[in-house]
Design a protein around this ligand. Structure first.
Ligand code: PMT
Length: 417
């Protein structure tokens, strides 16, 4: 079993579908054999393409044995079709597992310097990547930038998870388990359109409350969590409006983005969309207080420390929770809770408390103030609270948490239909 609350299976028909399984060189390549076998057993026509480095971790005969197809490795062949064109033509899905830091970088750069890269540049189908690398490589800004580029192009990411890595280390970068990869592949093939026709408003990032023209009260939110939710909802067919504080992320294609700075601006934008929204997800880190006044001119250091009087910002989530008339009937209201906690039980208790305090249908409580969860990192340790109870999702990528959240939202909408 993977982390609780993360999607594992679907009813997608894969018989006869052509799947390109691109295997790059990492220790996790052995797990891709299980992926190849599962997809083949489900009736897919699995075509494996391997890099030279991948061959050092697993033999091509193994893949040939489980798929019944010869493994492609050479950029040049004898036939009339170039191998990458033959592989890519008619493919229903390209699955890159493991997706090493190098493969991810080559994809982001659009390189075609071996058969795997050339094939991925040629395919016209959805692409799912299962990153696998050492924790330091995963944490490197270059990898983050490359993944953001791929996400902006609609590439779907599954994992990685935290766990044992090569060389006896433990950390983030372990490839998702085969069942998680197969579930993501089935989802991508089926394009689970379970939010089709729905309107979703997502907030992301942090607000900035001005002190003077150059200074503000703000926080460390990067927008990653909210953007992941917006991506997931859009991928599943929703018309998404993303109301976001300042960020450095790539604007997601196909999503309406409303840029805001302050809590008041965010409130206006959210209320503007609330009446038509089937789902509102408040992942933004809204400043709780703002200066009563802000100076028109830059405050001078020579004038000494300024006295800044603060007042509360509007609590957008609480307002929406307390005033259902502001929202579309039957809509689902999801809030987040950013908490510094001792353990998961405390996180669960705070999630339950915030569920009631804010009048939301669902609260995603995530741990903050650690190196791998909350602000500015690509993973989150979270629990999801609803009136039915609290589910521990564990430490997962923000994409996986977004998928788990959207799964529950879809269930809510179905019950209210
Ligand atoms: O952006 P990232 O770097 O990916 O980080 C993601 C995150 C840690 C910011 C995100 O996962 C998260 O926890 N967001 C909520 C942060 C927060 O403001 O938590 P809170 O416990 O202070 O607020 C609870 C809820 O009330 C939130 O849904 C918040 O959006 C909402 N709120 C808070 C204050 C306010 N004035 N208006 C609100 O609507």
């Amino acid at each position: 079993m993977g982390p609780q609350g993360v999607r594992h299976s679907s009813d997608v028909e894969v018989g006869g579908k052509k799947i390109v399984l691109a295997v790059s060189g990492g220790i996790a390549a052995y797990k891709s054999v299980h992926v190849a076998r599962s997809m083949t057993q489900l009736g897919a026509d699995v075509r494996v393409v391997m890099t030279r480095s991948a061959e050092r971790f697993v033999g091509d005969q193994t893949f040939a044995g489980v798929t019944g197809n010869a493994v492609a490795k050479d950029l040049f062949g004898d036939g009339p079709d170039a191998p990458h064109v033959e592989l890519a033509r008619g493919a229903d899905l390209a699955l890159v597992a493991p997706a090493t830091a190098n493969s991810i970088a080559r994809m982001a750069a659009g390189l075609a310097d071996d058969l795997l890269a050339a094939t991925l540049l040629t395919v016209q189908c959805p692409i799912v990547i299962a990153p696998a690398m050492h924790a330091e490589m995963w944490a490197h800004p270059a990898t983050a930038a490359n993944l953001a580029t791929l996400a902006g192009r609609g590439v779907i990411q599954v994992g990685p998870n935290s766990g044992p890595l090569m060389s006896g280390d433990t950390g983030m970068g372990r490839m998702a388990e085969p069942h998680e990869i197969v579930a993501a592949a089935l989802d991508a093939i089926g394009h689970a359109q379970d939010l089709s026709g729905r309107r979703v408003v997502v907030t992301a990032g942090g607000t900035q409350e001005p002190i003077d023209p150059v200074r503000f009260i703000g926080n460390r939110s990067s927008g990653l969590m909210g953007f992941a939710i917006a991506h997931e909802a859009a991928r599943r067919g929703a018309k998404v409006t993303l109301v976001t504080g300042p960020n450095t992320l790539i604007q997601p294609p196909g999503i309406e983005v409303v840029d805001v700075h302050t809590a008041d601006e965010m409130r206006d934008a959210v209320l503007n969309g609330a009446a038509d929204a089937d789902v509102i997800v408040k992942a933004a880190a809204v400043a709780d207080f703002k200066p009563v006044d802000h100076a028109d001119k830059k405050l001078k250091k020579a004038e000494g420390p300024p006295e800044i009087t603060l007042e509360p910002t509007p609590d957008i989530l609480a307002e929406l929770g307390a005033h259902p008339e502001l929202r579309k009937p039957g809509s689902v209201l999801v809030g987040f809770a950013a908490e510094t906690v001792e353990d998961v039980d405390q996180l669960k208790a705070l999630a339950r408390h915030k569920l009631e305090a804010k009048g939301a249908d669902m609260i995603v409580a995530n741990e903050v103030g650690t190196h791998d969860s909350g602000f500015g990192v690509r993973t989150n340790r979270a629990v999801i609270a609803t009136a039915d109870g609290v589910v521990d999702v564990g430490l997962v990528s923000k994409e996986a948490l977004a998928a788990a959240l959207v799964d529950r939202v879809v269930a809510f909408l179905a019950l209210r239909a």
